[in-house]
Design a binder for this molecule. Structure first.
Ligand code: ZN
Length: 245
């Protein structure tokens, strides 16, 4: 299995708090966790700052799963790169979308909705409850996972109804949130997982790492040949004219 972990890599370079938690960047931290938990995986990393954001056609074509964390620089991703990611997902590449990447271009393209949500950066405790214990992404994950302090993400989360819902979270403020959602688009599998605010070390949590490892294993699916959709030559008036003669 080939996994590409993509990080925006901006908070890590600007914010000392984030650098202390993730000295090599969040993407390198997540990649190291995946290497430990999925030994068979070939895990690589890429960042926004690289040419084509490290997401040239060869890099994406060689990935079974793309893991994506972004936040303040989400709109700096080139439209053609976001579109390339969308097409690769339709062709079978898995996509694991983390935390604030709910507003990333590829995720919004694939969902077709605003993907907005309610949020509050405070001292909330988050409990992540498994609602589908038979799901492969929930395997070996305790329920609930308790995060002592995390940013609140709350409903309404403007996404299409997920094809499978694996986790919901509740917060000490009383809010609830669909925190682990599966979608299928074309031949591709997409998993959105909300934990991962940059100033709390969520990706150090062993159960969160277990979810990430399960998610990349679930999202890796065989590629298919993309069939180009051609513009239809059919038109109502043409049919009517044809029917008359
Ligand atoms: Zn956040």
């Amino acid at each position: 299995m080939r996994v590409l972990v993509w990080g925006e890599n901006v908070h890590e370079t600007r914010d000392e708090r984030v650098r202390r938690i993730y000295p090599d960047g969040m993407h390198e931290h997540i990649a190291a966790a995946l290497r430990g938990l999925v030994p068979a995986a070939d895990v690589r990393t890429a960042t926004l700052q690289q040419p084509e954001h490290g997401l040239a056609a060869e890099a994406l074509g060689g990935a079974d799963v793309l893991v994506w964390w972004s936040h303040i620089a989400a709109d700096d991703v080139a439209d053609e790169v976001a579109e390339r990611v969308r097409r690769e997902v339709l062709g079978g590449m898995g996509l694991v979308v983390l935390h604030s990447a709910h507003l990333s271009k590829p995720f919004r393209l694939l969902m077709g909705t605003s993907c907005n949500l309610r949020w509050r950066e405070d001292e909330d405790r988050e409990l992540i409850w498994t609602v589908d214990p038979g799901h492969p992404i929930a395997r070996g994950v305790p329920s609930p996972i308790s995060l002592d302090r995390h940013e609140m993400y709350g409903e309404v989360f403007d996404i299409p109804a997920p094809d499978e819902l694996v986790f919901i979270s509740n917060f000490s403020g009383g809010e609830v949130f669909r925190s682990g959602c599966c979608f299928r688009r074309g031949a591709g599998r997409i998993f959105y997982f909300s934990p991962g605010h940059e100033t709390v070390g969520v990706y150090h949590h062993p159960s969160i790492q277990r979810v990430l490892a399960n998610a990349v294993s679930w999202a890796a699916a065989p590629r298919v040949e993309l069939v180009e959709l051609r513009e239809s030559t059919w038109s109502p008036s043409g049919w009517y004219e044809g029917a008359r003669t």
